[in-house]
Ligand binder design. Sequence first.
Ligand SMILES: O=C(CO)[C@H](O)[C@H](O)COP(=O)(O)O
Length: 233
Amino acid sequence: MSQQAMKIEAARAALEYVDNGMRLGIGTGSTAEEFVKLLAERVSEGLEIIGVPTSERTAKLCTELGVPLTSLEETPELDLTIDGADELDANLSLIKGGGGALLREKIVAFASKRMVVIADGSKVVDKLGAFPLPIEINVFGSGATIKAIEAAAKRLELAGPLKIRENRDGDEFKTDGGHLIVDASFGHICDPEALSNALHAIPGVVEHGLFIGLADTAVVAQESGVEIKTTAL
Ligand SMILES: O=C(CO)[C@H](O)[C@H](O)COP(=O)(O)O
């Protein structure tokens, strides 16, 4: 099965968690897009849900496909968020933000009673960190913030290149909120919680892509079929 086919299988299996009347957080990325397409089919057949998109990109796709949308201003509490991930470990701690939507994704997941992650098997790791950790930073003072991130990482015995993300045309990538993304190639992160706390202590860091204690279920598509991973909340 191709990776794309596995993404579709994970997205399809995640539909099982969606009930009529739910207020849904809707993720960003290629796996989440497969979920939106399948969700739109169910909506056209009569499923009644309302969704909060985690990016402008997801909002556009939902609107094109007829998935009804709301905002966290109108609907501040959600029943379920379904979203992809760049990496997930056995505790269902995640690295997210490969698509640059980590801030809205984290706000939406935090506003949800549950978060279900959809992924193909390549995203499952023993230790987080082979995928560079996306860190969203304010444009103001970005140089000082990057220095502070380096220093915080050093205190945790982490090191590695920090790279400001660029668009295909070589310009600085800007998030939907107008911030920069720094991709931090720290390698294996032995204590994700300590790194999370250290990054949150830096004023210029808006948010980071470590999602700890947010996901309770992962729907992972492998060659052999779909596997459900859960964590006791
Ligand atoms: O965090 C994300 C976007 O910010 C995505 O969920 C993550 O990058 C996974 O994307 P894909 O499903 O395309 O592999």
